[in-house]
Design a protein around this ligand. Structure first.
Ligand SMILES: Cc1cc2nc3c(=O)[nH]c(=O)nc-3n(C[C@H](O)[C@H](O)[C@H](O)COP(=O)(O)OP(=O)(O)OC[C@H]3O[C@@H](n4cnc5c(N)ncnc54)[C@H](O)[C@@H]3O)c2cc1C
Length: 868
């Protein structure tokens, strides 16, 4: 550490506690006009109304943005209750950084909306917001980081946001005070910058009031009582408000609001610090504001603050500090406008890195440090939307970057509340991605990891290991854990691929093909030529029964209700005709069904189904069987042969047909067997009691010795399903796609008598014709394969995006699904797919690349060639 800085540290002011220093941005470059920067006058506390459509709990930037958007969209009776003053949580002291960049595809839309809103808010509300947009540069100082930027470029190419991969020379031109010794490239987003969070919130509040929302403070919500009609009694010291819905936007108190309704939101406050320097002559001498930089290897952000600099580091997970006592004991009464004690020792290595990268810092005095709480969820993404299990209880909580998210999330949530379905797909923010398995210990371990990993390289197929395994493991976990590389899915551990002697084992992430590439090819061959076993226990499984069960499912699903003993692939659509979910539906007994969904969508789907039961007054009982039931998949040409050894039931093709379901005993273990396999090969899914998992697995492995039965994992499964043309929920289909463009017509029965959700909208979509279609592409690449979300090019323009991809071990080339304009979707069309900065020529093929087993068998029976 330089001596000047050491001196500077000695001159540090004591950290402020309990004061109201005004937002950091109030010391911004442009003088703030009007009343925006002063403290807002508290209106006299009053409830005003005793009824509301929506009660928003918490007046930080997120809650106020929601109030602004709901009232602007025309909702009457929007009431926001704030226990002390607006912004008096994390908002007032935030560094205010705003960026277009997010690695998540759909979150880019949120960022983009926020920035466009903030640009216009001053004009709309008359309140100054202190928005600076000097741009931002992410710095690459390693070759892997350059790969990451190329990976991010192809993911941004089909999004309207401007983003450029720039040379070191351009980096230096934009940020002349940088030490260029290690800089290899920059990822540049013009339009990025920072905003004064306090003024932003006040402007949103002014807008909300203008459009009719009532913002009441100080009014603390002390309890929430649900009424039998689904409405809420919101208790406050000033009385009770009856509300159709409540939205928890209580920041680091969100956990406490959750407890009022019996939920343990997996959130934990973490300490985050940033440092502000005195005026620096070299900064003062500049003619224009410096862009924000993010030195990813040094793990800090740095921006100009007046004529000085402000920089905020993210410590490593071992060093960072959690405020876990607030989860166990609650937030101390009165905390809000307070800060934590600053601790510069904790961030010293980052200070040194910053001085190395921006040498003028060595001459700077630190004049202020801010250390405040940020609420972290396990994966650092917020939780936004309606919550499963508690009617009309919505959340917008867990914001690690609430300033940039507030605008977009306010709009997104407002649209969802008003229109009954999310305006676009943002399933990664679904609060229902968590569940009972997300304990406080797990949340703490993950928050620590997420904070420390703020700036690590984001690889495709990323795995993070803190907090694993959770209690929610499959019955086979202990047996398999040392034999394979496990992937994490909604609390479960599921084999990705299995080791054999000579393999390089473990998790070795890369932007290119890596250690799993050959082993997955081996597993692919195993399933195609012999027989493989896969642990599918993470599937979500529900039992539906009751006098109205058939009526309910006929209304929920676009496919027909399967007959007793049969199974269907069925889709739940939104009223606008988008794909909300895909499930396997089996009628096991008359009126009794088993519904199966993917591992990540269990509570997401359950919420939708439960809501429909209540809305339609159906007499149906839904039981979530996910944790009690295990699932084994057995697939490959010898699958029948092996299973037949374990049962006296006839498993022949004529007796146990494709898409039939039946209760069997396999080696005396009761299973519900469905003849279905996502591999597209001959196969069964075997649903059993979790405690029977080892016995069942062992019996199958024993029975398959002669057929050389072996394990396979989800990576091979993915390659097998892509070759067969099977779409995946969350990739080819989601709330951004309709089933017709996704090529799912076969499963959509527009002619069935029931008026299923989305039917009318889909009819109109069909009538109008499709603008884009899902196409299957093959491409020859070198050591890299498509993952999904890459740009698809034609004639020098981005015309679409991939949705998923892999190496096809059958065709020995890469394979991808992509959405492309209808006029460019014909078989034989040549296109290009961008991968790691290079465009590879691609051709649309007739799908599927490989015919499924049932189709091959059918063709063979008819004496036709079973080759695709
Ligand atoms: C040092 C620091 C720097 C940061 N820098 C950035 C940045 O550069 N960019 C960025 O995007 N984000 C940044 N953040 C994160 C950002 O500040 C937060 O994500 C954001 O402010 C969260 O806003 P919120 O509205 O969810 O919560 P809060 O601002 O915490 O608001 C919650 C409100 O709920 C109220 N409340 C709680 N309980 C009740 C109750 N029972 N009844 C009524 N009201 C209640 C509270 O009083 C509070 O006002 C930073 C955070 C910190 C600490």
């Amino acid at each position: 550490m330089g001596t000047v800085l050491r001196g500077a540290l000695r001159r540090l002011r004591p950290p402020r506690r309990g004061g109201w220093p005004g937002p950091p941005g109030a010391a911004g470059l442009r003088p703030l006009g009007g009343g925006a920067r002063g403290r807002e006058e508290n209106p006299s506390p009053s409830l005003g109304k005793d009824r509301a459509d929506t009660v928003i709990i918490g007046g930080g930037c997120v809650g106020v943005s929601l109030a602004y958007h709901l009232s602007k969209a025309g909702m009457k009776n929007v009431v926001l209750l704030e226990k002390s003053e607006l912004t008096a949580g994390s908002t007032w002291h935030a560094a205010g950084l705003t960026t277009y960049f997010h690695p998540g595809i759909n979150l880019k839309k949120i960022h983009s909306y926020s920035i466009k809103l903030y640009e216009n808010l001053e004009e709309e509300t008359g309140q100054v917001v202190g928005f600076h947009q000097p741009g931002s540069i992410r710095i690459a100082s390693t070759p892997t980081r350059v790969d990451e930027f190329k990976y991010q470029m192809t993911r941004a190419g089909w999004h309207p946001t401007e983003q450029y991969l720039i040379t070191p020379e351009k980096v230096q031109e934009l940020f002349p005070l940088l030490n260029m010794d290690t800089v290899l490239a920059g990822l540049y987003n013009p339009g990025d910058g920072h905003i004064d969070p306090y003024s932003l919130t006040m402007a949103l509040a002014a807008g909300a009031r203008k459009y009719g929302a009532q913002l009441s403070y100080p009014v603390q919500v002390t309890n929430l009582n649900s009424r039998s009609d689904g409405t809420w009694e919101v208790e406050t010291p000033l009385g009770v408000i009856q509300a159709k819905r409540v939205v928890n936007t209580a920041g680091f108190w969100a956990h406490e609001i959750g407890k009022m309704v019996g939920l343990q939101h997996p959130l934990i406050p973490v300490h985050h610090q940033y440092v502000v320097t005195s005026s620096i002559p070299e900064v003062k001498a500049l003619k224009r504001e410096l862009p924000v930089i993010r030195d990813l290897e040094g793990s800090y952000y740095l921006r100009q603050e007046r004529d000085g600099l402000l920089f905020g580091p993210y410590e490593r997970q071992e060093k960072m500090k959690l405020q876990d006592s607030w989860v166990t004991n609650g937030v101390p009464p009165g905390f809000g406008k307070e800060l934590f004690e600053s601790d510069l020792d904790r961030i010293m290595e980052h200070i040194e890195a910053a001085m190395e990268m921006v040498p003028v810092l060595k001459q700077a005095d630190i004049i202020n440090t801010i250390a405040g709480p940020i609420t972290y969820s396990p994966d650092i993404l917020p939780m936004v939307g309606p919550h499963q299990g508690v009617r009309n209880y919505w959340v917008a909580i867990g914001f690690g970057y609430g300033i940039i998210h507030a605008g977009g999330i306010g709009k997104y949530l407002s649209d969802w509340i008003l229109e009954g379905e999310p305006p676009f797909d943002l399933v990664e923010l679904d609060p229902n991605r968590y569940g009972k398995w997300t304990t406080t210990e797990y949340t703490a371990a993950k928050a620590r990891e997420s904070y420390g990993f703020n700036n690590i390289v984001g690889y495709p197929k990323e795995e993070r290991f803190a907090g694993r395994p959770t209690k929610r493991v499959s019955g086979l976990y202990d047996l398999l854990k040392s034999k394979c590389s496990m992937g994490f899915h909604a609390g479960w551990e599921q084999p990705h691929w299995f080791y054999k002697p000579g393999d390089e084992t473990g998790y070795k992430p890369s932007f290119r093909r890596t250690n799993w590439f050959d082993p997955v090819g081996r597993e692919y061959k195993q399933v195609m030529e012999k027989v493989g076993v896969i642990d599918l226990s993470p599937f979500g499984k529900f039992k539906v029964k009751g006098t109205d069960s058939v009526k309910l499912l006929d209304h929920l699903f676009a496919n027909v209700v399967p007959k007793v003993g049969s199974t269907n692939i069925s889709h739940m659509l939104t009223p606008r005709g988008k794909v909300y979910a895909e499930l396997t539906v089996s009628q096991l007994y008359p009126g009794e069904f088993m519904l199966v969904t993917g591992s990540g969508s269990e509570l997401h789907d359950l919420r939708w189904i439960e809501e429909e039961v209540v809305r339609g007054g159906y007499k149906a009982n839904i039981e979530n069987m996910t944790d009690e039931m295990g699932v084994l998949g057995v697939a490959g040409p010898y699958a029948r042969h092996v299973l037949q050894k374990l049962t006296t039931e006839d498993l022949s093709d004529s007796s146990f047909k494709f898409l039939q379901s039946r209760h069997l005993k396999l080696s005396d273990i009761a299973v519900t067997a469905i003849r279905i396999s996502y591999t597209g090969e001959l196969g069964w899914e075997l649903y059993h009691r979790k405690e029977d998992a080892v016995a069942l697995y062992s019996a199958i492995m024993e029975a398959g010795q002669k057929e050389q039965i072996d394990n396979f994992g989800t990576y091979a499964l993915n390659a097998l399903r892509l070759e067969k043309g099977f779409r995946a929920w969350g990739a080819e289909m989601n709330c951004d796609t309709n089933p017709l463009e996704a090529g799912l017509e076969y499963f959509i029965k527009l002619n069935k008598p029931a008026d299923f959700i989305g039917k009318q909208a889909l009819k109109q979509i069909k009538e109008k014709g499709l603008k884009r279609r899902l196409a299957c592409l093959t491409l020859k690449t070198d050591n890299v394969d498509p993952e999904g979300n890459e740009s698809v090019w034609h004639n020098g323009k981005v015309i679409g995006n991939t949705t998923s991809g892999c190496f096809s071990y059958g065709a020995q080339q890469s394979l991808a699904f992509a959405y492309v304009p209808t006029e460019l979707s014909k078989v034989g069309q040549n296109l290009e797919v961008e991968l790691l900065g290079k465009n590879y020529s691609a051709t649309i093929i007739q799908e599927p690349l490989v015919l499924t087993e049932p189709t091959r068998t059918r063709l063979q029976r008819k004496g036709r060639s079973p080759k695709a």
